[in-house]
Design a binder for this molecule. Structure first.
Ligand code: 5AD
Ligand code: SF4
Length: 476
């Protein structure tokens, strides 16, 4: 089920991969051949990948260009994730590799960015002796100064969280981009206190970015040939921006409409939605604009009301089901996907069965599935015992994955014979004779090239067959 296409949904699982995505920008490298070079790896959610583009922009302003080759870089950065223990373990392994480069090239600086920097702060410098820089998610503007500090022989640390920082005025340097779809960060932080989650501690309080800068960024991407933007936030449905002069409030539904109006050929996606916050107004706006994709990532986490309460999700099974019903009522063709955690504190077999039945009932097109990993400092770590044995968590996860695969497969099979508008993203992984692209429901379709099409163009594709995770078709 893991898929390593550079899209929002695949990226959330990057912490499961051996190596992070390497960001590279040929243009910047060409522009500053004699300048200093940085190398960056990103792990975790799409927000982290989007942040790396902000980091690249901040560094480019002071003469750094990106390189794919860590051996030739002056600054090695790793943008980290703390969501599960495994994500942090992966980062520690990468730091061992960076250590070797640093030893062979004295003077190379190594910096840890993102959620792990925020969670571990100065402790990271003690634990990882060769780390020079520790920079939290709200401190990227400070990077040039911190790099100078390191060049002067000191360590550079800034892990201050902010209530205001949204990097609204920084134009992200699109790295490793396919030139078709781009991320736009619309808000930062999270005010939900899901008991399992470390994010409120690593990314701080929720704040929304000023909407006109979001529209300007979408317009700029459109003008540069992009045809899809994904609006990013930990909880996009609670986006709220108040105009300080008029006091008028811009909601997420308003923002969606503003971005949808940039151009009818610019597709809009968004992630992530919290079931408690997604409103009818958002659903109607999605329905009314063809270019807002009919796809909602609506993490349920568990299908059982008692477990949901322990998770502090603030909805129960029935409430979630009502929300799903509402989505299908307003947009019968809308695809819904989910995040699921197995083996949360005290979860029984019966409660686990409720999660399995939810997958079938909600008919998720796909899910990101994890076993529970206790994170220090979270409400669950403080209040509940992590008492489901690891092998039980893993067995439940395997069951969840099996049911989801069956549901996904059935869903894909239903698409055979249907024709979809597909945005061409580029060559398929296997062959340069085939295109890959997605339909509005975020389903990947592979089809043979025909005629003079190029990435960023829309084509009508008739689905002819389905494999376990993708559709195949032909241009009509
Ligand atoms: N253990 C396992 N999975 C977690 N997630 C968040 N915190 C944890 C944790 N402690 C999952 C949730 C969330 C997704 C991004 O990661 O499903 O929606
Ligand atoms: Fe990982 Fe969460 Fe931080 Fe994203 S916000 S990088 S998922 S811990």
């Amino acid at each position: 089920m893991y898929n390593d296409n550079p899209t929002l949904l695949s990226i959330k699982n990057i912490d499961e991969l051996k190596q992070g995505e390497v960001f590279f920008n040929e243009q910047t490298e060409k522009e500053a051949p004699k300048g200093k070079k940085f190398y960056i790896e990103s792990y975790g959610c799409a927000m982290n990948f989007s942040d790396s583009e902000i980091v690249a922009s901040v560094l480019a302003d002071v003469g750094f260009s990106a390189t794919r080759n860590m051996e030739e870089s002056d600054l090695i950065l790793i943008n980290t994730c703390s969501i599960r223990e495994k994500a942090e373990d992966t980062v520690r392994k990468r730091l061992r590799i960076f250590d070797k480069v640093k030893r062979s090239r004295p003077g190379t600086m190594v910096g840890v960015l993102g959620c792990m920097a925020e969670r571990l702060k100065k402790k990271l410098l003690e634990q990882e002796k060769l780390v020079d820089l520790v920079v939290g998610p709200d401190a990227y503007r400070d990077l040039p100064k911190l790099v100078s500090t390191v060049e002067e022989g000191e360590k550079g640390v800034n892990v201050l969280l902010s209530r205001e920082e949204t990097y609204a005025d920084i134009s992200p340097l699109r790295l490793d981009s396919n030139g078709v779809s781009g991320f736009i960060s619309i808000m930062r932080g999270c005010d939900n206190m899901c008991s399992f989650c470390v994010v409120p501690f690593t990314r701080g309080r929720e704040r929304s970015r000023e909407p006109f800068s979001i529209v300007a960024e979408a317009t700029d991407l459109y003008e540069r040939g992009y045809r899809e933007v994904t609006l990013l936030g930990q909880n996009v449905d609670s986006y709220k921006w108040k105009n300080p002069e008029t006091e008028k409030v811009v909601t997420f539904a308003n923002l969606l409409e503003m971005v949808a109006k940039v151009h009818p050929d610019l597709r809009i996606r968004f992630s992530t939605s919290h079931p408690k916050d997604i409103t009818d107004e958002v659903l109607y706006t999605m329905r009314d604009y063809e270019n807002i994709c009919k796809y909602i990532h609506l993490p349920v986490q568990s299908g059982n009301s008692r477990v949901l309460e322990l998770m502090n999700r603030t909805y129960d099974r029935e409430w979630y089901m009502d929300k799903v019903r509402r989505i299908y009522e307003i947009m019968p063709d809308c695809a819904i996907s989910s995040d699921i955690i197995t083996g949360f504190c005290s979860e029984t077999e019966e409660e686990h069965q409720d999660t399995l039945s939810m997958i079938e009932w909600a008919n998720y097109t796909m899910s990101y599935m994890f076993f529970y990993s206790e994170r220090p400092g979270t409400m669950a770590a403080r209040k509940y015992e992590d008492d489901v044995p690891l092998e039980v968590k893993k067995r439940r996860l395997a069951e969840v994955i099996r049911i989801q695969s069956q549901v996904s497969f059935k869903n894909l099979q239903k698409d055979i014979g249907k024709t979809y508008k597909v945005l061409i993203e580029g060559d398929s992984k296997r062959s340069d004779q085939e295109w890959k692209g997605r339909n509005t429901q975020n389903k990947m379709i592979i089809f043979p090239k025909k005629g003079n099409h190029q990435p960023s163009q829309y084509v009508q594709v008739k689905v002819t067959e389905s494999t376990s995770a993708t559709l195949r078709g032909e241009i009509i």
